[in-house]
Design a protein around this ligand. Structure first.
Ligand code: SF4
Length: 451
């Protein structure tokens, strides 16, 4: 039996898909790259904000239209968050499968494939321990299982390593705790063990992920202790930290980054806003001065630091003055990379019923302004690399002219979200390997390097 998987959402969802693939493989399932050849289509959905939810639902509808006879399983965050509603309103999906008890995927699909019942009766018959049909609710300690050697869906040489699941921060706009539950962390030996195995598979880059790495705690030890243990591993590799909440940034990690260049001075710190009032309604504690101080202290300790962030525009109560505060912060902080989003009104989050809603049109206009103002800032930040020698992780070959061209990433570029390195070379390069060269120009947000 073969399955095809359609992936949506973030890196955490990708790791869940990789984990499910192991359990499916253990129960005799084979992955196919062609939906046409599949007996089962899995849509691994995202349920974070409105646009992402729509995209995942449209995928189910599209697959159903295309393949009226094939079985379709809706997995991931959307299924987790809206199991009860979707089991009634989305008959196009034959089964809903939450994202906490991934080891039950084999059981779920074999039940799905060996029944002639229609979707609704199948769903109502699948218990999985959940209160809603076909749905497994959040369970403390679950969602972090590591079933051994998992297939990797990342770019060559790179792997996401999920060190925690869920979140206790309770930002008022965020649906993640509703979907993924409270914070649960893996043990340090479990994480270092996984990284050791990945090194044996010639992985060069570990992207540590969680909702907020700064909250990581295992047996009384925090993120700095985990990184110290990882630094005991021998070999030539990178550790990239993705997403650290600015209100409890563990400054101690900078000590290790100063000592060990394998821990990349790349920081993904989602500030979301800079106005103290808005941050307070977001259930965050910061303000523009505190956040500027954090940016400055990182750059003073690590002048090579690259900082990415996200801004959330149009949060309830955001006045013109709040927006100006954010723009001033943007100008002073000179962040290397920035993603701008508008607020999505999510059921069951505290912000859902907040007063002072900002018109969608105005929120979009503010997003456009911040996005436009970021372009010269990012370009200027990238210009500093021209003339520098950098290490690049090769990702793929490009069809080029006279020279061989490849795409890759330096420490300044995280997978999928930032610009890329365009590599010119006279040699054949291996995808997933490190090469060194000199940056000779910038093209848009990308850097051009010769090796
Ligand atoms: S820290 Fe991130 S994941 Fe956690 S509640 Fe806030 S926005 Fe959501």
């Amino acid at each position: 039996m073969r399955y095809y998987i359609d992936l949506f959402g973030c890196a955490k969802n990708q790791v869940d898909a990789e984990t499910m693939m192991v359990f499916l493989g253990n129960t005799g399932w084979e992955k196919t790259e062609e939906a046409d050849d599949a007996d089962l289509i899995i849509v691994n959905s995202c349920g974070f904000i409105e646009s992402a939810k729509r995209e995942s639902i449209n995928a189910v509808l599209g697959w159903r239209r295309f393949y009226p006879q094939k079985k379709i399983l809706l997995a991931g965050c959307l299924a987790q968050r809206y199991a009860a509603e979707l089991s009634q309103s989305l008959p196009e999906a034959d089964l809903l499968f939450g994202n906490t008890d991934l080891e039950k995927i084999g059981e779920a699909v074999s039940r799905l494939m060996h029944t002639e019942e229609n979707a609704a009766s199948l769903r109502s018959g699948f218990s999985g321990g959940g209160s809603s049909p076909g749905f497994v609710p959040p369970v403390e300690g679950s969602g972090l299982c590591r079933p051994g050697k998992r297939p990797l869906l990342s770019f060559p040489g790179s792997a996401y390593v999920k060190i925690s699941e869920g979140c206790n921060n309770r930002c008022s706009f965020c649906a993640i705790p509703l979907i993924r539950g409270s914070l649960k962390c893996r043990s340090i030996p479990d994480i270092t063990g996984e990284c050791r195995e990945l090194l044996d598979r010639d992985i060069k880059e570990f992207c540590l992920i969680g909702q907020d790495l700064g909250s990581f705690t295992a047996a009384g030890a925090g993120l700095p202790a985990l990184l110290e243990k990882l630094s005991d591993l021998p070999g030539d590799f990178w550790v990239r930290l993705l997403y650290i909440h600015p209100d409890h940034f563990p400054v101690k990690i900078l000590d290790l980054m100063e000592r060990d260049p394998r821990f990349l001075p790349y920081f993904d710190i989602p500030f979301q806003h800079a106005s103290a009032g808005i941050l307070q309604s977001m259930n965050r504690r910061g303000n523009a001065d505190a956040y500027l101080e954090l940016v400055d202290s990182i750059r003073t300790r690590l002048p090579a630091a690259v900082i990415r962030s996200t801004f959330l525009l149009g949060f309830p109560g955001e006045s013109e003055k709040d927006f100006e505060t954010l723009l001033r912060f943007q100008e002073k902080a000179e962040l290397d990379w920035l993603g701008c989003f508008t607020w999505s009104r999510e059921e069951d989050t505290p912000a859902f019923s907040m007063k002072g809603r900002v018109a969608k049109k105005l929120a979009l206009e503010r997003k456009r302004i911040t996005g436009e103002r970021q372009i010269p800032i990012t370009e200027k930040r990238m210009d500093r690399f021209v003339g520098q020698e950098l290490t690049v992780l090769v990702e793929e070959a490009l069809e080029g002219g006279g020279e061989d061209l490849y795409l890759g990433r330096s420490y300044a570029q995280a997978p999928e979200v930032d610009g890329a390195m365009v590599i010119s070379t006279g040699k054949t390069l291996r995808n997933g390997s490190f090469v060194r060269g000199r940056v000779y120009s910038r093209a848009g947000f990308d850097l051009e390097i010769r090796v």
